[in-house]
Each structure stands twice: as C-alpha cells, then as structure tokens.
Design a protein around this ligand. Structure first.
Ligand code: TXA
Ligand code: MG
Length: 330
C-alpha cells in the first residue's frame, strides 16, 4: 500500500497518471472528494467493481455511486435525463449531490447491485476531477471504509480502515464537507430524497419543487427504495447515545456506568469532568466537517460509550440528525 501526498488545489499530473494506470488495470484507488474519501474503480469493469466490494466487505445488495466529471459524462450512462436532473445538475454539479436515474446497458449490474437505476455524482474536489479526467473512466466509488464504519475524512482514516487492501491512497488532506453527499432518486414519478446531505431537502425544493422523503423504517424490505438504507451505517465502535442538552442527567448516568470510558461530543457550554470531551462547532458546516473525525478519535481514546448532544433543529441540520440517529441505532 502506498500513500501519496497530492496538492489539493493543483494535483501533480504524474501522480494522476500513476493512479489512472492502476484504474485501467482494474485496480482500486482511494481518493479525496469534497465530502469523504472514496474507494474508486473502473465502473464499466465488473471485476474491478467486485474488488471494491471485497475490500470494503460490503454486502452485494448495496449499490455504489458512479462518479463522473460532469453532466455530459453522466448522460452517457443513463437512458433518461429528466428536467429535474438537468436543473439540479446545473445548480450543484460539480458538488455533493448524487442523482439516481435509469441506467444504460453499458453500466454493469455489479455496480448497481442488480438495480435498473444508477447513482451518479460529479464531485467538486480538484483531485477527484483530475483523476476522473486522467483516467477517462466513470469511477464507481463508495466511501473508503470497511462496511458499516464511519466514513473517512482524511487519508489516515482510510489507512486505518482499509490498510493493505488498497494499493494506492491519494492524500490531499482533510475533506471540506465532511459527510456524504445528498442522494435523490429521480427515476420515479416524484423526486425522492434517499439520503440527506449538506444540500438539504429545502434547498432541493427551491429548485425542483416538492421532494418526498424516503422513510426506510416505515417500509417493508422489498419496498425500500435504496437497499442498504437501513444498515447501521456511520457508526463508531463505541455505543452512541444521543442526549438533549443542556440536561446533563444522561451524561451523569453514563459517567456512573462507564467510569473509565465515556466520551462526550457537545456543542453548547458545559464541563464534564471524568470524560473524554470534545466540543463541536455550533454551525452546521463546521459540525459536519468535524463530526466523523471526532467520533473516530473517541474510539482511539478507548471510549466504550459516546454521548452526543443532539444538534439544533432546522433544515440545515437534518443530515447531521440522520447520521447521528444511524450511529445510535443498536
Ligand atoms: O459523498 C458521497 O456520496 C461518497 C463519496 C465517495 O462520493 N460516497 C458514498 O458512497 O457515500 P456510499 O457507497 O457509501 O453510499 C452510496 C449510497 C448508499 O446508501 C446506496 O444504497 C445508495 O447510495 N445508492 C447507490 N446506488 C443506488 C441506486 N441505484 N438506487 C438507490 N440508492 C442507491
Ligand atoms: Mg459508505
């Protein structure tokens, strides 16, 4: 495994061509996007895509996101590009938005876990863009972590999660968004939000009108629009418990029952003697950028339980509530 430093603004073309060569040979490469690090492979090569599932230990029913440089490249992988896709791509691509559309026959079913649709995203990170253009291939890329773990926001998280399972990791420093992209399904009669992200439902609705929200918990398995949406994703090793600040009763209780290993992630004022404590920024963008690193650090420090103060209400925070609820699922 090689970790290679890359300038986040001006990626060295010789490093990009080294990575592109590996991708053309059907190998996997970890690379930064603006959301989280991705584990990429040639999306049109079923064996290469298979290597992603193997390295992640990802269940075969959970489809991957295919990354493209721009909307023109996306259009060659699908059979219909509805006006909503055009409007959303014009507003947010390249950026942290993934669109689910009916797939073209050229996209192998391994990448889509047998579904008739494909998830597409044009990432904004200059290294991701340079890699896509150097390779000249659509890249299937889930987050570069073992299945079920917290997504990586630095190259060293990728090393911790995947280590020698990846031949090349491009290190361009910490990612700027910090949580995964918003996923919207445009293949049905009405747009359906499958995974909230920093582009919120409200922001989407300003561009395309009403957007339904997938409520996985209410649906039978066969009716779930996104396989894998129920998985206990985004979870650290320690148990996660959410609490409503400023009520500190649950915190005192946890300190009594886990005297040696309570972690606390809070955003309001508060002092918590006897715990591993981190204060997260009180704005949604700053909180998103810091959350996964903070959860990983709690694991590294040996916390057996992490109490997380529930963030404020409001649409700018909805993706963070989603990730925290998933992390806290038993
Ligand atoms: O920000 C991101 O989206 C990152 C970076 C690397 O781009 N990628 C990422 O990929 O988070 P992953 O594989 O961890 O999450 C992909 C999500 C999963 O929830 C998957 O079920 C859903 O997208 N998905 C993929 N293809 C789909 C499809 N055809 N229909 C419905 N959901 C799909
Ligand atoms: Mg993931």
């Amino acid at each position: 495994m090689a970790v290679v430093q890359v300038s986040p603004e001006r990626p060295d073309p010789s490093i990009m061509s080294r990575a592109a060569t590996l991708l053309h040979r059907g190998q996997i490469v970890a690379f930064p996007t603006e959301t989280v690090y991705g584990l990429g492979a040639d999306a049109l090569d079923p064996e290469a895509v298979e290597r992603i599932y193997e390295a992640k230990g990802r269940p075969a029913y959970n489809p991957l996101i295919v990354h493209v440089p721009d909307a023109a490249a996306a259009q060659s992988l699908i059979t219909s590009w509805p006006p909503a896709a055009d409007a959303l791509a014009k507003r947010w691509w390249p950026g942290p938005l993934t669109l689910v559309l009916p797939k073209a026959a050229t996209v192998p079913s391994t990448a889509t876990a047998g579904l008739a649709t494909v998830a597409l995203r044009a990432p904004a990170h200059p290294v991701a863009q340079a890699l896509l253009r150097a390779a000249g291939l659509p890249l299937a890329a889930p987050s570069a972590n073992r299945s079920g773990e917290v997504s990586p926001t630095t190259a060293s998280h990728v090393v911790q999660s995947l280590g020698d399972r990846v031949p090349l990791i491009l290190d361009a420093g910490p990612t700027s968004v910090g949580i995964e992209s918003t996923v919207v399904d445009l293949s049905g009669a009405r747009p359906l939000l499958l995974r909230p992200g920093m582009i919120s439902r409200e922001m989407l609705e300003e561009v395309i009108g009403p957007v339904d929200v997938a409520r996985a918990l209410d649906l039978a398995e066969s009716a779930r629009p996104s396989p894998g949406m129920l998985d206990r994703h985004y979870a650290p090793k320690a148990r996660v418990i959410l609490f409503d600040g400023p009520d500190e009763a649950p915190v005192q209780e946890a300190l009594r029952t886990h005297p040696a290993g309570t972690g606390i992630l809070h955003w309001r004022d508060g002092t918590f003697p006897g715990a591993f404590v981190e204060r997260l920024p009180a704005d949604p963008a700053g909180y998103a950028r810091s959350l996964y690193e903070a959860l990983r650090r709690m694991d590294d420090r040996g916390a057996s339980v992490i109490l997380v103060e529930r963030p404020p209400a409001g649409s700018a925070w909805e993706a963070l509530h989603d990730r925290l609820q998933r992390a806290a699922r038993p």
